[in-house]
Design a protein around this ligand. Structure first.
Ligand SMILES: Nc1nc2c(ncn2[C@@H]2O[C@H](COP(=O)(O)OP(=O)(O)OP(=O)(O)O)[C@@H](O)[C@H]2O)c(=O)[nH]1
Length: 296
């Protein structure tokens, strides 16, 4: 039985960041396979994670939450045969609910060690009404109020209260008994997903067998577009573009080769905050940006 952690949470909440620091440190020396599912056909997280983990499986088809679960199970079976991992870390897309992934992992004989939901405390008010975000919270048993460095104590307390009430309201329930799948949760307040070791110790493992619900009408509230750049960009030109983005663009991710910069720049923008602190030294691919628009 392979232990598996599911990392869920809304767009830009810090899932990849968690995988790059705390999880990476905690499991160093183990044969860890990372599975990452991104909205859209171009993966950014996968490329970053390949810098940190030797085995990264990208499932860019867009959506393991709807019709893709057979693809997910096939890919996972191949991964197990090829790599024989001691542990799986699964990052779901920010637009996906974790439940179908939980089912698939159990179908393939994995033990779900925890479902960890990252919450962007700075921007929570902008997405707290989103149905998928609410189900992500209700399907998790480790709630992580992340980006605490960007909010004051009062805001943090408000977000905590809302998240706790959403957890209670959106709790995942056993199809037959209607009992909550998770009887309790643990809440952490962090920045950059720095979680204590206990999260990875198995104390949050899911004991129950899950069952498929009828496929409900699954309606995504986001649309993504990919823009490719054939020539290296000027940094000023790029900043200008970011500063003039329409307000319905809530997320921008990508990898850009810039004039005068030897390493490719990883672009990470969510809700008006731009982060370009991460670079990729040996990136040979095309420059691109994925833009995620909200309909809400
Ligand atoms: N200030 C601050 N920034 C953070 C924190 N955690 C993550 N970030 C930044 O937030 C941005 C998004 O983080 P990611 O880890 O890429 O978020 P994600 O959840 O994987 O994003 P998606 O895969 O698109 O849903 C990056 O620029 C991170 O460096 C935090 O605690 N504080």
């Amino acid at each position: 039985m392979i232990p598996a952690f599911i990392i869920t949470g809304y767009l830009g909440s810090g899932k990849t960041t968690l995988l790059l620091n705390t999880a990476k440190e905690h499991f160093s020396g183990k044969r860890v396979a990372v599975i990452v599912n991104e909205l859209g056909e171009v993966g950014v997280d996968g490329r970053i994670l390949k810098n940190a983990y030797s085995e990264v499986l990208e499932l860019p088809e867009g959506c393991i939450c709807c019709t893709m679960h057979t693809e997910f199970e096939k890919a996972l079976t191949e991964l197990k045969e090829k790599y024989n991992p001691e542990l799986l870390l699964v990052e779901t897309s920010g637009s996906a609910e974790p439940f179908p992934v939980m089912i698939s992992l159990q179908n393939l004989g994995c033990v779900i060690e925890a479902v960890i939901c990252l919450i962007d405390t700075k921007n929570f008010h902008l997405y707290s009404q989103d149905d998928t975000a609410r189900h992500q919270i209700g399907s998790s048993n480790v709630l992580v109020l992340n980006k605490t460095d960007l909010v004051d104590e009062d805001t943090l307390k408000q977000v905590e209260d809302i998240v706790v009430s959403l957890w209670e309201k959106y709790l995942l329930r056993n199809l037959f008994t209607n009992e909550p799948v998770f009887k309790s949760f643990k809440l952490y307040k962090t920045s950059f997903g720095k979680l204590p070791d206990e999260v990875f110790s198995g104390v949050f493992a899911l004991q129950e067998k899950l069952y498929h619900l009828n496929d409900k009408d699954h309606n995504h509230n986001h649309v993504q577009q990919v823009v490719y750049f054939d020539k290296p960009l000027d940094y000023e030109e790029f900043l200008n573009m970011v500063n003039n983005l329409p307000t319905n663009i809530i997320r921008l991710k990508g990898i850009l080769k810039l004039k005068d910069l030897p390493e490719a720049l990883v672009v990470n923008y969510s809700f008006g905050n731009l982060d370009t602190s991460y670079t990729l030294p040996h990136y040979e691919g095309r420059s691109f940006l994925v833009l995620i628009r909200s309909f809400n």
